[in-house]
Design a protein around this ligand. Structure first.
Ligand SMILES: NC(=O)c1ccc[n+]([C@@H]2O[C@H](COP(=O)([O-])OP(=O)(O)OC[C@H]3O[C@@H](n4cnc5c(N)ncnc54)[C@H](OP(=O)(O)O)[C@@H]3O)[C@@H](O)[C@H]2O)c1
Length: 254
């Protein structure tokens, strides 16, 4: 994928991978638009990087998604890249019935419905642009779950599976479809849960991670993994079972 002169919409650009991607794309001479729920963070980012365009949007809301699509296509008719990045991760213990599911926002709404509906809503526009691309952020946990965050992992498995079909459907439409599979990266994702589990500060540095993603995009790698990490996309069932055992604490009391 060509990494300059694009007009890119990144969902969830107020922190972490989305924010680092926005800065990196801006440096490479792209027009960058980010969205997020936290208006104060968007303002702060505009102050720090006047070149980044921002819009408040809760991508889990269908009304917000419709507004976002009409605003962004009206104001940025050159828009040719959608990065489905916004995501949340929550500890959910099914031993407690509905308790954890009802205590916060829906991972299904943010991690599944948002990318599916934004992709469909923006597709007619993207198909009309040259060098159009969709970049979906999944996770290595799509292939082997961390049981503490079961819904999250399943949403990422959905994104992997969905991306395969989307790429197949788009192969004659001039829309390139990429999947990015981050390992553990140091961001704000599920900060509380990570702290409780004792690995709040572990993982790859986010700026370093995003530079590796840029290299993958530039080299047109359809499924971008982190170099040096175990390849989950080509792992054997035995490898995945070993990974499952290593990331799930057998002594945890549910
Ligand atoms: N960090 C990791 O270890 C890791 C590993 C694998 C995959 N990933 C994936 O990478 C992506 C980015 O996560 P991150 O690690 O960078 O976490 P992060 O720092 O928490 O960033 C998440 C971003 O998503 C936005 N967001 C969340 N819910 C939203 C909603 N309903 N509407 C609009 N924006 C929303 C947040 O903005 P607001 O709060 O302002 O709305 C924030 O900008 C996610 O899809 C995540 O699943 C991360």
């Amino acid at each position: 994928m060509q990494l300059n002169n694009n007009t890119v919409l990144i969902t969830g650009g107020t922190s972490g991978i989305g924010y680092a991607l926005a800065k990196s794309l801006l440096e490479r001479n792209n027009t960058v638009i980010i969205c997020g729920r936290r208006e104060e963070m968007l303002e702060e980012i505009r102050r720090r990087h006047p070149g980044i365009h921002t819009v408040v949007c809760d991508v889990s809301s269908e009304d917000d998604r419709q507004e976002l699509v009409s605003w962004v296509t009206g104001k940025f008719s050159e828009l040719n890249v959608l990065v489905n990045n916004a995501g949340i991760q929550r500890d959910v213990n099914f031993n407690l019935g509905m308790e954890d599911l009802e205590s916060g926002p829906s991972e299904i709404g943010t991690n599944i419905e948002a990318p599916v509906y934004l992709t469909a809503r923006l597709m007619p526009h993207l198909k009309s642009r040259k060098n159009a691309a969709i970049i979906n952020i999944s996770s290595v946990l799509a292939f082997t779950p961390m049981a503490r965050v079961p819904v999250y992992c399943a949403t990422k498995a959905f994104i992997h599976n969905f991306t395969l079909s989307l790429r197949f459907q788009m192969r004659q439409a001039g829309v390139s479809v990429y999947e990015v599979l981050p390992p553990r990266v140091r961001t704000e994702l599920n900060a509380e849960g990570r702290k409780k589990a004792g690995y709040a500060d572990s993982g790859v540095d986010v700026e370093e991670y995003v530079e590796s993603v840029m290299k993958g995009l530039e080299a047109d790698v359809p499924e971008i993994e982190y170099p040096g990490a175990l390849s989950v996309v080509s792992a054997s069932r035995e490898d995945l079972d070993r990974m499952f055992d290593s990331i799930n604490d057998q002594t945890f009391v549910w």
